[in-house]
Design a protein around this ligand. Structure first.
Ligand SMILES: [Zn+2]
Length: 114
């Protein structure tokens, strides 16, 4: 009797769910990452405070949204630190989504952050 072929996994494997990191480094600076209740009810899911060096994520985001929002806010910090501040918001959005998908499909970045 022939062996059953292995089932191909079509969905991205990703990295198992992880917690939001407490801080991340961009250039020589460290940025605190935290959920912020003041973002509840706002139109955006996250924000970056360059003075306080803080990335804030809305606690109402789903775990999947938090993973993409973190990348989005990191891109804003990269813009500021590496002085390429001519990216438009829609471009930051697209790059964050694309980067999340590519890294998650390769198992290098979590699909969910809690
Ligand atoms: Zn943005």
């Amino acid at each position: 009797m022939p062996k059953r072929p292995m089932v191909k996994r079509l969905a991205p494997i990703g990295v198992a769910g992880k917690k939001l990191p407490k801080r991340i480094q961009v250039g020589s600076g460290w940025y605190r990452v935290r959920e912020d209740m003041s973002l509840v009810g706002m139109q955006h899911r996250g924000e970056t405070d360059y003075v306080q060096r803080e990335l804030r994520i809305s606690p109402t985001c789903t775990s999947e949204q938090k993973a993409v929002t973190l990348l989005h806010e990191i891109l804003h910090v990269i813009e500021a630190v590496y002085l390429c501040e001519d990216l438009e918001e829609r471009q930051v959005k697209a790059i964050a989504e694309g980067l999340a998908q590519a890294l998650q499909s390769a198992g290098l970045y979590p699909a969910r952050l809690d």
